[in-house]
Write a protein that binds this ligand. Structure first.
Ligand code: ADP
Ligand code: MG
Length: 249
């Protein structure tokens, strides 16, 4: 199956189980994410949200089950893994920019090294992406010269530079001062509107209401409940979701 013709969900997790030693951190996870779909993952601390994200690009291995991206099963290692992994863009809570490289270099590094793009080609695309996330004026600065919100927007541009099929965001605004949260969320809402497939771990319920097609609630390594945001926020079915919402809303 080629990526152009692959039907079905873009990301599919089937019967995924993972343990850290004795800790059964992901339990029987079945989750399909369609092209262009935005899934917000919420749940208490320690429920397995980050681990779920990390298994999707094999930063963590799984012991049981299957994960496929665009119809291709995620391989364990090797070149095929590197290629599939580059289909998955990831943005973390900590921005993880390269401190000794300029903003422009941060964005061009992977496309030139991994994708073998020419410097000129990569720079042109990087400038477009920096413009899109609203930090084009900072292109020649170093990360430490930028605010946290700007750095996180650069991290998004850097992930987009690899033309990922899906973007994973793991609490992208949790480390930001409150006044910078919206500038990052606005970029993410824009991406969602442009049709990017996204998995977003966040407790920003405004974002979920604005951009999510589906909210997935995790607790204790399981998907306890999944629904559209309106249904989930107004009429959660499980006691655990109701209890969680009463604490964060
Ligand atoms: P969340 O992102 O929902 O807060 P995590 O996926 O980070 O949850 O963690 C789920 C559980 O797995 C927690 O109990 C955490 O302590 C544990 N855990 C996470 N990473 C590791 C690891 N590398 N080794 C052992 N336990 C881990
Ligand atoms: Mg986490």
């Amino acid at each position: 199956m080629t990526s152009q013709t692959a039907g079905g969900p873009l990301v599919q997790l089937t019967g995924v189980n993972k343990w850290f030693g004795d800790l059964h951190v992901l339990q029987d996870i079945d989750l399909g994410i369609d092209r262009g779909e935005v899934v917000v993952v919420i749940g208490p601390s320690g429920s397995g949200k980050s681990t779920l994200c990390r298994t999707i690009n094999r930063l963590e291995s799984i012991q049981q089950g299957e994960i496929s991206i665009d119809g291709e099963k995620l391989p364990e290692e090797g070149k095929a893994l590197a290629r599939l992994r580059s289909d998955v863009g990831m943005v973390f809570q900590s921005f993880n920019l390269f401190a000794h490289k300029t903003i422009l270099q941060n964005v061009t590094l992977a496309p030139t090294r991994v994708r073998r793009q020419s410097k000129a080609q990569a720079e042109q695309r990087a400038r477009e992406l920096l413009e899109r996330v609203g930090v084009s004026a900072q292109a020649d600065k170093y990360p430490a010269q930028l605010s946290g919100g700007q750095q996180q927007r650069v991290a998004i541009a850097r992930a987009l530079a690899m033309d990922p099929k899906v973007m994973l965001f793991d609490e992208p605004t949790s480390a930001l001062d409150p006044e910078m949260i919206n500038e990052v969320l606005d970029v993410m809402v824009g991406l969602a509107r442009d049709g990017m497939t996204m998995i977003v771990v966040t407790h920003e319920m405004g974002f979920a209401r604005k951009a999510a097609n589906r909210v997935v609630f995790m607790d204790g390594g399981r998907i306890v409940e999944a629904a559209d945001p309106e249904t989930f926020f107004t009429a959660p079915r499980s006691d655990r979701a109701r209890d969680f919402l009463s604490k964060i809303l």
